[in-house]
Design a protein around this ligand. Sequence first.
Ligand code: NDP
Ligand code: GDR
Length: 370
Amino acid sequence: MKKALITGITGQDGAYLSELLLSKGYEVHGLKRRSSLFNTDRIDHLYQDPHEKNVRFKLHYGDLNDSTNLIRIIQEVQPDEIYNLGAMSHVKVSFDTPEYTANADGIGTLRILEAVRILGLCEKTRIYQASTSELYGLVQAVPQSETTPFYPRSPYAVAKLYAYWITVNYREAYKMYACNGILFNHESPLRGETFVTRKVTRAVAKIALGLQDKLYMGNIDARRDWGHAKDYVEAMWLILQQEKPEDYVIATGVTTTIRDFIKMAFAEVGIDIEFRGEGVDEKGYVAACRNNEYQIEVGKEVLAIDPKYFRPTEVELLIGDPTKANTQLGWKPKYDLAGLVKEMVESDVNLFKRDSLLKTHGYEIKNQFE
Ligand code: NDP
Ligand code: GDR
């Protein structure tokens, strides 16, 4: 039985990757951070009572900022594969916490590689590094492929650039099977609530159900190449199953503005949006409500721009060229953007129907910060 260790197991990708590896017969170990509230929502359905026999899903307390902890866990687990998905992964937040981000996202990767080397596991353990399309940053060429030059535009991206190159360096210096998956944005109903797609699908659901009036957004003209996280964790696994360790771009090859994503998400609940105004004065109005279940008045302002969501330096255009992954890995995405939007909106509508029911029975609904 193969053993995998996943850092970032409590995140979006960690949850889907755990499901995939368990379905392939792996024993799955995960690094979990101590937090003051439970943080295992996305993987609770995979939990196995550690007192049972033949447990194949095990969590270990740890942190990418603690080398001795990582060495101990890797020594204990002796993994065949490590998926380093743990990171402070929010680009905007990285401008507020640049040093922490550099430590966890940049040096954290070095700590994993060094632990494997110190423990003499260079030949046994294969390592996947969660690299990112944010490395391309300021557009140098499109579509972006494995040979496009990098120009990172945030503390997050700069930290991930270090992680990218230290992974390449350890592969070349110590003959380790260590690879970068340069993944473009991928989303799902499990996406963190403050990333743009989930922020939008949650707001759409709440606005339709009368739980929220308005959605405040940043730069809605940026473009992203969005895929489904389920497809992308499949690519991570494939990258570690090849004869030779290499780096791969994983993307759909289609780019869409945030503005169009917003329109698509509202359309899922039968609300048509029209944008009027310019720059920070731009607003989104309801042009039509085609769904009798939701009572949204035509002409209602449901979206406005709040400059607080602008980034000091922005990544305006991402569109990936997945040719290498298509041909060498045989990887092709099964989901398209329309299917992804539908699934995310449906999931959030179901989530907030419960709140709507509580509200109609007089219970107070907790607000959450974006
Ligand atoms: P999430 O933000 O959903 O999950 C991040 C995970 O990292 C969480 O489990 C989090 O733990 C954990 N983590 C954060 N800081 C530390 C730390 N110091 N030590 C250990 N673990 C830590 O990210 P995604 O699942 O979306 O992304 C997975 C990885 O892929 C990340 O590295 C991200 O940067 C990268 N990536 C993501 C893309 C995307 O579109 N989703 C695209 C390209 C790359 P906790 O739950 O306790 O906060
Ligand atoms: P990104 O994702 O920065 O690409 O990083 P995010 O969804 O946060 O932003 C995408 C684009 O939307 C614009 N935007 C807003 N973004 C957020 N979060 N909130 C807003 O209100 C808003 N309004 C407009 C942003 O400016 C940006 O242009 C994600 C993360 O998962 C990274 O970890 C990963 O490496 C990259 O994707 C690939």
